[in-house]
Structure formats: C-alpha cells, structure tokens
Design a protein around this ligand. Structure first.
Ligand SMILES: Cc1cc2nc3c(=O)[nH]c(=O)nc-3n(C[C@H](O)[C@H](O)[C@H](O)COP(=O)(O)OP(=O)(O)OC[C@H]3O[C@@H](n4cnc5c(N)ncnc54)[C@H](O)[C@@H]3O)c2cc1C
Length: 446
C-alpha cells in the first residue's frame, strides 16, 4: 500500500565553499555577482539545487547556481507574513525518515519536529459519521489501494480507474483521497505501476515550516536570484547557458526545474533535446495540488493539533481534505487536487475560499464564521516557475522515469523530484536526486 503524503489509520498506505566560491566571483551578473565560466551551472535553487550545490562545494568544484525566482527553496516555501504563523505554500509533510536528509536536520534544529498524529473526523450530509461508517470508508479505501497494488505488482502500467471498481457510498471519497488528495491527479491520470513503485512513508511535522528547513539549508550558498535561464546551447564543447542576467559558459549543467517548466518550452535547447527525453518530460507531467489555507482564532475542529477532516464526496468530485490546526497555529490546510484544483485555481482565491467555507459551515455550523480570520490560496499551476505541484507518470509512461535520469550529451543532467526513482514528488527525493546527480556530473567531467 502506498501513500506519498499521508498515513491513514489502520492502513499502511501511505562550502567551496562559500568562502572560496566568493573569491571566484566576477563583477555583476544581472543582480548578482557570479562567475561566467564555472565548471557547472545549477539551474534552480529548490531542494535539488541546494543539495547539488552542497555536494559540489564539498568536492571543491566551481559552480554557479541561478534561480529565476527571488527566493530559494522552490516548492518548499514557508512564510509568516500572510497569517502571522508559518504557512507552507508547498511541501508540509516531512517524509521518508530513513532516507530523507532533512530528517536529521529537522531533529537538530529549532523547528519543533514531531511525528504526525493520526486523528480523523469525517462528515456526510447528516453530520459526523460514526465508527461503523468510518470502518466502511477505510475498507473501501484499502480495497481501491489493493487493486492498484495488484496492478503495480503485476507490472500493469494502467490508470487506477481501470482497476479500481469499488462502488458504494464511500467510493468517491476513497478515490478523492488516493488520487487528487495524495497524487494531485484524478484516478484516470496516473499509472498504478508508478504509484506502486513509490516509497511508503510515515509523516512528521516541522512546526516552523518545511520550507524554512529547506531555506535554512540553502542559506549562505552563492546563488544568483531573479535570473531565469532562457536557452541552453550544447552543440559545441560544454554548454552555453543564456539567462536574463547574461551568458554563462560551463562544462556541464544540472537542471532542476520541474517537468512542467521543461515541457513548457520556456527554456530553449539548441539542439533540441533527444526525442526520448522529450517524451519522458511529457510522459511524467505535473499534477495539481493547492492549499486553501484558512486561519481560525480557535480550534473549531476539536482534534487538538494536526487533525484530518474529510467529507463524503459526491459524483461531482468537488472535494477538499483538511489538515486542521496545523502545529497548533490555528491554520487549516484545506487541500484540493487534480482537475478540480485546476478549476478552482482558475476561478480564483475568493471562489476557492467560498467553496471550502460553505462546506465547513455545513459540517461545523456557525463557529466557522465566528472564528474565521483570514484565508489565502496557492496557485502552483499558474506560476510559470513551477507549472503544477509535483510530477507522476501517466499510464503507459512508467519506463520513462528512467529516461529522465539519463545524461544528455554527457553535459546536461536533469535532477529534482521527478528524477528520484521512489521518492519522487517529495522534498527528500528532490534533495537526494540533487546530491546523486552532482556526484554523477563530477564523475562525467573526469
Ligand atoms: C502544494 C504542494 C504540496 C506538497 N506537499 C509535499 C509534502 O507534503 N511533502 C513533500 O515531501 N513534498 C511535497 N511537495 C513536493 C515538493 O515540494 C517537491 O517535490 C520539491 O520541493 C521539489 O524540489 P525540486 O528542487 O525538485 O524542484 P523546485 O522546488 O521546483 O526547484 C526548482 C527551481 O527552479 C526554478 N526555476 C524554474 N524555472 C527556472 C528557469 N528558467 N531558470 C532558473 N530557475 C528556474 C524555480 O523557481 C525553483 O526554485 C508538495 C508540493 C506542492 C506544490
């Protein structure tokens, strides 16, 4: 049983160098000072780019890291301005404790790091459901996952919707939980085989924010912010990386942007990438997952810190699942995924907040309005620096994950969440990929 992001009860689903680098800097490059002739250019300063930079630093390799955005961390981003408490716009669940390098960092730091509790409240149209109904929901959920697991074990690269035939009152809810809520995709849009080959995880929380943990790891690394790569020429020796701040020539490039960015054509490759690589980029597309974050003055959800709230999902599949009172902050992450998340993102912030508030009112009554302070939403699909939440293989495309990891001309190396064989879609996977790809790049350069 799999679960990239949450664990349900009763189921197992789911320094170069800063010093010496600085001495290599040439005067101004865009807004930052960077060397224009390093060994390696790292594109993107998310978890993968940061890990790659540390790995190159440790080996004494000259690199330049360029980031199109005005901050580091990428899809791991915490800020406190919106609500006065940590708000993770992207990753929030810290996973894969045995392999995720952020685990040890979180334990040692000032983050209040603790294992996620497992409290659920589930509602249908008549109010909160009893333990019998809950048991039916979890059994349905398990049945769907078992069908998907069987397909995966048999090597069937098919969509979950073709193997999961469960019907009944809770089938839509289970489909919502496994598809949009976990994978950021509808059950027609990903591969059982890819899902099956992802790693199981137990979730932990970092009260200070997962994004803060990642940003702290990258603090002090040399990075040229607000510098977007627009073109990578690899026809001659090495690579020529054109950016909005100037041109960098290097021996190789580590490219950590999302498959959504790669598929968009915002970075032009000259010559074009091999057809197999283009197919892989399009075969492992981004999903949709947004937080509709609502701040309440009191814990109206009645589960203490970090409870989960679900509602019975009807055939419209218009649904959210919430993590309530995150780390006791009063913040509820009411999350939507898949095609409905895309629709709500297009409808805008107020429409998204209204959708959740209406459902919450039906579940919890007037306390919702009395204690509501403020809401805000994320919009990962519309952001040209990401173009979605995280990637997973479409049905039939599972073998293409391997292709993503193949070096191009021994000088363009893809890294990032989509490139990790089992921990894809996670921060830990992105970081591991960055570290591994940096080592492979150095080896290739000899
Ligand atoms: C809403 C949401 C919830 C999530 N929940 C979890 C979770 O709970 N747990 C978990 O482990 N993971 C979660 N994830 C996934 C996790 O955030 C990502 O897998 C991980 O952060 C990806 O890191 P990365 O370095 O591969 O890519 P990114 O973080 O995307 O880094 C790539 C960087 O490249 C930059 N860039 C883009 N284009 C250019 C360009 N042309 N030139 C230069 N730079 C460019 C981007 O600005 C970005 O900073 C979630 C993601 C989202 C969006």
């Amino acid at each position: 049983m799999k679960n990239p992001f949450r664990t349900l009860p009763s189921m197992s689903r789911r320094s170069l160098i800063a010093g010496s680098a600085m001495s290599l800097l040439l005067p101004t490059f865009g807004r930052a000072e960077v060397e224009t002739n390093p060994d390696i250019v790292i594109v993107g300063a998310g978890a993968a780019g940061i890990a790659a930079a540390h790995a190159l630093s440790e080996r004494g390799i000259r690199y330049v890291m360029v980031e199109a955005g005005s901050r580091i961390g990428g899809r791991a981003y915490t800020e406190t301005e919106t609500f006065g408490v940590p708000f993770d716009h992207g990753a929030h669940w810290v996973q894969s404790e045995t392999r995720n390098p952020y685990f040890e960092r979180a334990k040692d730091g000032p983050y209040r790091f603790y294992r996620a509790p497992d409290n659920y409240r589930v509602f249908d149209a008549g109010g909160e459901v009893d333990s019998d109904a809950l048991a039916v929901l979890w059994r349905t959920w398990e049945n769907v996952e078992e069908a998907m697991g069987e397909a995966g074990e048999n090597g069937w690269d098919v969509a979950p919707s073709t193997v999961a035939s469960d019907s009944g009152a809770w089938a839509n809810t289970a489909w919502f939980g496994i598809g949009p809520w976990e994978m950021g995709k509808d059950m027609d849009d990903f591969s059982c085989l890819d899902w099956w080959n992802s790693a199981d995880s137990i979730d932990w929380y970092c009260a200070a924010g997962y994004g803060r943990l990642v940003a702290d790891h990258g603090a002090g690394l040399p990075v040229a912010l607000d510098t977007a790569v627009t073109r990578i020429a690899w026809d001659g020796a090495g690579v020529t990386v054109e950016t909005t701040g100037g041109t960098i020539k290097a021996r190789a490039v580590i490219l950590t942007v999302s498959t959504g960015v790669l598929a968009s054509g915002d970075i032009v490759f000259d010559p074009a990438l091999p057809v197999s690589m283009q197919e892989a980029i399009h075969g492992i597309p981004m999903g949709d997952y947004n937080h509709i974050a609502l701040h309440f003055s009191q814990d109206i959800f009645g589960m203490g810190e970090d409870g989960y709230l679900l509602h019975q999902v009807d055939d419209s599949m218009e649904a959210f699942g919430a993590l309530t009172n995150a780390s006791g902050s009063g913040l509820a992450y009411c999350d939507v995924g898949g095609s409905f998340a895309r629709e709500l993102e297009a409808a805008g912030e107020q429409a998204s907040i209204d959708f959740v508030m209406e459902k919450l009112r039906a579940m919890l009554g007037s306390d919702v309005d009395r204690t509501f302070r403020k809401g805000a939403t994320t919009a990962w699909r519309s952001d040209p620096l990401f173009r979605g939440c995280y990637a997973s293989a479409s049905f039939g495309a599972y073998p293409m994950r391997r292709v993503l990891r193949e070096p191009i001309g021994e000088r363009i190396f893809l890294a990032g969440e989509a490139c990790h064989p089992e921990l894809w879609a996670t921060v830990g996977g992105a970081a591991l990929s960055g570290t591994e790809v940096a080592a492979r790049t150095v080896e290739a350069l000899g």
